[in-house]
Design a protein around this ligand. Structure first.
Ligand SMILES: [Zn+2]
Length: 299
C-alpha cells in the first residue's frame, strides 16, 4: 500500500503543528493536533532510508569481550525485570528485532528462551555468532517465526515508519500469552528540553517517530496489546551529564586519587542526585531519557 508520508502516520490527517526544524531543514518534528502523535515530517522515503542504513556501521560491533559480558548481564537484568512485570515465563521462542551484534539475543538465551535475532546489517550474523554464539538472521517480519513467547525491540520503534502497523503485524506472530518489551527515546527527555533538535530523540534522519509515554501507549494499544508498564528503569532514567568526570580524568594524573574522586562523584550522582528526578520521571513520564515498555497480547 502506498502511504502518504506527509500525513500523520498515526491517524492519517494533516492537522500538524511544526515543533523543530531538523538538521536537514526540509524535515521538521511535527505533532498531530488531532491524535497527539509526534514524528518526523515528512517521513523520509523508503529508498532514502534504505540507502542510509546500508552505509551505516553496525551498532556495538568491535567491542572487547568484557564490555560485551557487562552489556549482556545488564540486558538480562532489564529483561528479567520486564518479564516479571509482564507475568511472562522465560521459555518458548523469542525474537529480538534490530538485534545488532546480539546482546539482547544472548540475554534471552541465558534466561532460557529459544532465542533468535533479526538484523538486516550483513555484518551482524558473523559478529553475533563470534561474540555470543547466537543465531542472527536477516528476515522480514512475514518470515519471522510464529507463536513467540517474547518479542523485544530496543531502540528500534523510533526508526520504523508506521509503528502501529508494524506492531500489529508483530502481534500476529505472538503466542496468546506472549509479551513484547523494548525501549524508545523519550521525546519529553531532559535532553530534548535542553538541546532541542540536537537531542537523541530528534536524531535526523534515523528517528522518524518521537514517543511520549502517552503516544507509545496509544501505539501499542492500537496494535492489539495491553500495556503493562511504560517507565524508566536504570539506565533509562534522567541523565544529567556535566562532563566533570571526563574532565577530571583528563586534567589529573592517572592513579588512585582520580579513581577515588570519580567514584565519589558517581556515588553522589547515583545515591543523592538522581533518586528525586527519577521518581518524578516515573510518576509523570517527563525528563527520563528512554521509555521502557512491556505489553501483553490483548485477548
Ligand atoms: Zn494524528
Amino acid at each position: 500500500m502506498i502511504r502518504d508520508d506527509t500525513a500523520c502516520p498515526s491517524c492519517g490527517k494533516h492537522n500538524l503543528a511544526l515543533k523543530y526544524a531538523l538538521n536537514d531543514q526540509a524535515y521538521h518534528t511535527a505533532k498531530c493536533r488531532d491524535c497527539g502523535f509526534i514524528f518526523m515530517h515528512p517521513y523520509p522515503s523508503d529508498a532514502f532510508l534504505h540507502d542510509y542504513y546500508k552505509t551505516r556501521s553496525l551498532y556495538n560491533s568491535g567491542n572487547d569481550a568484557s564490555s560485551y559480558d557487562r552489556a549482556v548481564a545488564d540486558r538480562t537484568a532489564l529483561i528479567t525485570g520486564l518479564l516479571a512485570r509482564g507475568g511472562t515465563k522465560p521459555n518458548g521462542r523469542s525474537v529480538d528485532f534490530g538485534a545488532g551484534v546480539g546482546i539482547a539475543v544472548a540475554a534471552q538465551a541465558a534466561l532460557g528462551f529459544e532465542a533468535l535475532g533479526i538484523e538486516t546489517n550483513p555484518q551482524a550474523q558473523a559478529a553475533g555468532h563470534e561474540a555470543f554464539g547466537v543465531d542472527i538472521r536477516d528476515l522480514s517480519l512475514e518470515e519471522m517465526p510464529r507463536d513467540l513467547s517474547l518479542f523485544t525491540l530496543f531502540e528500534v520503534l523510533e526508526h520504523i515508519k508506521y509503528p502501529r502497523e508494524f506492531m500489529a503485524q508483530v502481534r500476529t506472530h505472538m503466542a496468546t500469552s506472549g509479551a513484547v518489551a523494548g525501549s524508545v527515546p523519550n521525546y519529553n527527555s531532559y535532553a530534548r528540553y535542553l538541546r532541542g533538535k540536537d537531542s537523541n530523540a530528534l536524531y535526523w534522519p534515523e528517528h522518524v517517530n518521537q514517543f511520549t509515554r502517552e503516544t507509545l501507549t496509544q501505539t501499542l494499544e492500537g496494535a492489539g496489546f495491553e500495556v503493562v508498564y511504560v517507565g524508566f528503569p536504570p539506565p533509562y532514567g534522567v541523565v544529567i551529564a556535566t562532563g566533570l568526570r571526563a574532565w577530571l580524568r583528563k586534567v589529573l594524573p592517572e592513579g588512585t586519587i582520580v579513581c577515588r574522586v570519580v567514584a565519589a562523584i558517581t556515588w553522589i550522582k547515583k545515591c543523592l542526585i538522581y533518586p528525586l528526578p527519577n521518581s518524578f520521571a516515573e510518576k509523570t513520564g517527563l525528563l527520563g531519557h528512554g521509555l521502557v515498555f512491556v505489553a501483553r497480547v490483548r485477548a
